[in-house]
Design a binder for this molecule. Structure first.
Ligand code: ADP
Length: 397
């Protein structure tokens, strides 16, 4: 079965074409600058990336271009578009309506439209992508895979905020959590690597990228997660502030004469490690600045690591112990220094890390010492593969 995985942003569209026989990526790429001018960067198998500038006014034209490229004699990997049996879409917000991936029909589309209110920046382009595929690939089954779905197993005590209950009942304000596809995928892979059944494990998954979140997973189910009503809550991120005293919002609005858009921008785009360091939102830049003696860059790293530690400690308590701590995403997969710094101090749990085994980038590894009571793992995330797997399972039903 060949499955196309699509992830639409407001001006971009990422795609991967899978042959599920062997879970192979046949081709992948990204269309960028949709609605501005447009460029497609396409890669066939492990071949070189090819850049194709084009006039791309909207997502429908972007999908048409992707399909034309996938069926192109030279760049393509398909004889005919009918070889695409299903399309899997990443959808950011499924609200409380979706606790798993679903086959898309009219009623699902109606519910997705209702969820726009909860994710005004992310859901509209996701919906545009679904509509574009329906037009360009008529009759092909489409599946929605939600960032929020995995966290729908959280108990009420984890997802209710300490606000008047009407905030939940009237306005759907609650913790939803994000990066669910990634947390679910790496938890399953961790169980595989440990040779254990996921049902028997208490796992803390740390998705540390530009956006970052941590999840407590008990027996394969998310029981708490650090992102909340929006992805702004929780850890210090590239440019997002994470947890702060909510009173700071009103104080800053007054002091800096900011309106709603102004404060939104300040907390989402100017804060995090970028805001603290004044150097960059990219951890590589911050790590090199810190190594050269930049104190605020070092402070940004210290604050970030302190927050990650706090969540691991809290989630160990929530889970009543922990069997494995998993690191994934850009920083989690590629920074041995960050992993070591985060785990320093958890020796009291019986965690012992092997610093030699930890010297790995982008590869799955158990870097705890033989006999360590808690396992420390690196598991590269693969949200696209997870989307393809879910799509295949649903379409086969
Ligand atoms: P997102 O998908 O949220 O944009 P990623 O998971 O791609 O983020 O992670 C991006 C982050 O990972 C960047 O801050 C980048 O600096 C960091 N990163 C990637 N490679 C390395 C590395 N070798 N060392 C340290 N940080 C890295």
């Amino acid at each position: 079965m060949k499955i196309l995985v699509v992830n639409c942003g407001s001006s971009s569209l990422k795609y991967q074409l899978f042959d599920m026989n062997g879970e192979q990526v046949l081709a992948k790429g990204i269309v960028e600058r949709i609605g501005i001018d447009g460029v497609l960067v396409h890669q066939k198998g492990e071949g070189d990336k090819v850049k194709i500038p084009n006039n791309i006014p909207n997502h429908k034209v972007a999908i048409e271009l992707v399909i034309n490229t996938l069926t192109d004699k030279e760049l393509g990997v398909l004889q005919d578009i009918t070889e695409i049996e299903a399309v899997g879409h990443r959808v950011v917000h499924g609200g409380e309506a979706f606790s798993q991936s679903v086959l898309i029909d009219d009623s699902v589309m109606a519910t997705l439209n209702k969820c726009i209110e909860l994710a005004p920046l992310h859901n509209p382009p996701n919906i545009m992508g679904i509509e574009a595929c329906a037009q360009v690939l008529p009759g092909v089954k489409q599946v929605a895979v939600f960032d929020t779905a995995f966290h729908q197993t959280m108990p009420k005590k984890s997802f209710i905020y300490s606000l008047p209950y009407e905030a939940y009942e009237k306005y759907s304000i609650r913790r939803y959590g994000f990066h669910g596809t990634s947390h679910k995928y790496v938890a399953q892979q961790a169980a595989n690597l440990l040779g254990k059944d996921l049902k028997d494990l208490k796992i803390i998954t740390c998705h540390l990228g530009n956006g970052a979140s941590i999840t407590a997973i008990d027996g394969g189910k998310s029981v708490d997660t650090s992102m909340g009503f929006t992805p702004l809550e929780g850890l210090t991120m590239g440019t997002r502030c994470g947890d702060i005293d909510p009173a700071i919002v009103f104080y800053l609005m007054k002091k800096m004469d900011l309106d709603f858009d102004g404060i939104n921008d300040y907390l989402n785009k100017k804060s995090g490690v970028l805001g603290i360091s004044g150097v960059s939102s990219d951890f590589r830049d911050i790590e090199s600045a810190a190594a050269e003696g930049n104190e605020r860059a070092q402070l940004a790293l210290d604050v970030f690591i302190h927050k990650v530690k706090k969540y691991i400690g809290a989630y160990t308590a929530v889970l009543g112990g922990v069997d494995a701590i998993v690191f994934t995403a850009g920083l989690g997969e590629n920074s041995p220094e960050t992993r070591e710094a985060v785990l320093k101090g958890f020796e009291y749990l019986g965690l012992e890390i092997d610093t030699e085994k930890n010297k790995v980038r982008g590869k799955a590894v158990n870097f705890s010492k033989e006999g360590s009571k808690v396992q420390a793992l690196v598991i590269p995330t693969n949200e696209e593969l997870m989307i393809a797997r879910d799509t295949q399972a649903i379409v086969k039903k």
